[in-house]
Design a protein around this ligand. Structure first.
Ligand code: SF4
Length: 238
C-alpha cells in the first residue's frame, strides 16, 4: 500500500498489529522473512493470459464433474464443494470433505475452522486468494462420517485431475483423513505430520486439520513447525 499521508500510515500499522496478533495466537516467536517475488513468480502472476499448455484446466474438470452422481454421497449433499482459490497457486491445501456449512455454501473451509485456516495462511504471509483449497471428497458424508472406500475411489480421480491442472509446487494435506487417504497409509497423523512425502510426484506435507486445532490448541505449535517447512521450500523453489 503506498503511504501518502498519516491516515495510510495508521492503516498500515493497524494491519501489521492484527497480523502479529494472529501469528502470536499460533505460538509464533519468530517471523518469516518474506522474500520479494522472484521474476518467475512475477511472470506466473502477470501472465494470466497464458494458456494451459495443452493441459486440462480446472474449468474442464469442473465441467466433467457436472451434477455428479458417481457415488451415494450425491443423495445427501446440498452443493458440490469443488474447490476455490488461485488457479496458478503454488500451494494447494487438501482437506477431508465438506462439513455442514461447506455443504450449504459450496465452499471449503468456512466457519470457525475456516477462520483459523485463514489465520494460519496469514501467518505464512499468504491468504486464501493466493492458494487453492479443496477436499479429497467433494460431497458431504452424512453426519460427517469418514467417506467409504468406494466413495473415495469415485471422487479421488477428480482431485488428481485438479492437481494435474494446478501443478502446484507443494500440497499441504490437512488432517488425518486427507493425509492417510492421499498417502495410502494408516500411520497416525501425529507421526505423518512434519515429514515430506510425494503425491502424484508433488511434494506433500501433512499437518493437523484446523478443526482439530480448535479442540487441541496445543497442536498449533506443531502446525507452525510444519508450515515453516512449507514456506522454506516455497522460497527455495522460487
Ligand atoms: S463425493 Fe465425489 S464422486 Fe461422490 S457424488 Fe460427490 S462429487 Fe461425485
Amino acid at each position: 500500500m503506498p503511504i501518502k499521508n498519516r491516515h495510510d500510515f495508521g492503516a498500515l500499522v493497524s494491519e501489521a498489529r492484527i497480523w502479529l496478533e494472529q501469528a502470536e495466537l499460533l505460538g509464533v516467536r519468530e517471523l518469516p522473512t518474506l522474500a520479494s517475488p522472484s521474476v518467475s513468480e512475477f511472470e506466473r502472476v502477470v501472465d494470466s493470459s497464458a494458456d494451459s499448455g495443452g493441459r486440462e484446466t480446472l474449468e474442464m474438470v469442473r465441467e466433467d464433474l457436472g451434477d455428479c452422481q458417481r457415488c451415494p454421497l450425491c443423495d445427501h449433499r446440498k452443493k458440490i464443494v469443488f474447490g476455490v482459490g488461485n488457479p496458478r497457486a503454488r500451494l494447494v491445501l487438501v482437506g477431508e470433505a465438506p462439513g455442514r456449512q461447506e455443504d450449504l455454501q459450496g465452499e471449503p473451509f468456512v466457519g470457525e475452522a475456516g477462520r483459523l485456516l485463514d489465520r494460519i495462511l496469514l501467518s505464512m504471509g499468504t491468504c486464501r486468494e493466493d492458494v487453492y483449497i479443496c477436499n479429497v471428497q467433494k460431497c458431504r458424508p452424512p453426519g460427517n462420517r469418514d467417506p467409504e472406500p468406494e466413495e473415495i475411489a469415485a471422487c479421488e480421480p477428480f482431485l488428481q485431475r485438479q492437481l494435474a491442472a494446478l501443478k502446484p509446487d507443494i500440497i499441504l494435506a490437512l488432517g488425518r483423513f486427507s493425509a492417510q487417504t492421499l498417502l495410502r497409509n494408516d500411520t497416525p497423523i501425529s507421526r505423518l505430520r512434519g515429514n515430506w512425502y510425494s503425491y502424484q510426484g508433488l511434494p506433500l506435507m501433512p499437518t493437523y486439520h484446523p478443526a482439530y486445532l480448535l479442540r487441541n490448541p496445543a497442536g498449533k505449535r506443531e502446525v507452525w513447525e510444519d508450515v515453516k517447512q512449507v514456506m522454506q521450500r516455497l522460497r527455495a523453489d522460487e
